[in-house]
Design a protein. Structure first.
Length: 232
């Protein structure tokens, strides 16, 4: 994921106004019709729009065992679990513009919650995507943190999930996501653009967006509708 900050900003600028539908067309124009569209089972907690650069991590099922203990011992074991088993080393790497993409092995546990997602946003994360669970969902919605997940989960990670790797290719909703890929998400879902194709896809996506704006603006005007940002 070696790239300069200026290159990151150039990519983000290219995709700033593009819709998922435009990017889908841009991929099709580059003969990538079978790639990019994340399966709709990965759902948003609330409807919003995000453009960013993928930062990836992978978690696997916990391989145990869970030792016998009482409630007081569980408190210490829980702390040990976060320090040594279900760690979050990718949090230290977050750059402004990142979308955190986590392959959680489809485990129904709340790896992400209202606290750690907000801490990531403070560092510059724009959104979170996981094929596992998110908890504290009411607070995440209240905090306006863009997040997509397979589950809304009640359970914590202890005894359920363990960290495996970061900055590697991961699989989310039937799509391979590599560090540095471009992520666009809106009401039409999530789409992934391979980093090496970013500018070629953006070129055709922008042509589609411009054509659509011109056509719809003419319809707005003929109908006497007030112009909005989607046609200007």
């Amino acid at each position: 994921m070696a790239e300069s900050m200026s290159e990151r900003q150039e990519i983000l600028e290219q995709y700033k106004h593009l819709r998922v539908a435009d990017v889908r067309d841009g991929l099709d124009w580059n003969l990538m019709s079978q790639f990019g569209s994340v399966e709709p089972e990965i759902r948003p907690l609330w409807r919003t729009r995000v453009v960013g650069i993928a930062r990836t991590a992978r978690y696997l099922p916990f391989e145990g065992p869970i030792p016998p203990m009482d409630s007081n011992q569980y408190t210490e074991w829980s702390r040990h679990y976060y320090r040594n088993i279900c760690t979050y080393p990718w949090e230290n790497d977050i750059l402004p513009g990142d979308v955190i993409v986590i392959d959680q092995s489809r485990i129904h546990a709340g790896l992400l919650g209202s606290n750690n997602t907000l801490a990531g946003v403070k560092k510059g994360a724009r959104a979170y995507i996981t094929n596992g669970g998110i908890r504290d969902t009411d607070e995440i919605i209240l905090q306006k943190i863009p997040a997509w997940s397979l589950y809304s989960s009640q359970g914590m990670v202890q005894g359920r999930i363990q960290f495996d790797a970061k900055d590697i290719p991961v699989a989310i909703g039937g799509v391979t996501v590599r560090p540095g890929d471009i992520i666009v998400a809106d009401g039409d879902g999530i789409i992934v653009v391979p980093r090496k194709m970013a500018f070629d896809v953006a070129h055709f996506a922008q042509l589609e967006l411009t054509s659509d704006k011109q056509s719809r603006r003419a319809l707005y005007e003929s109908l006497g509708m007030a112009l909005d940002d989607t046609v200007l």
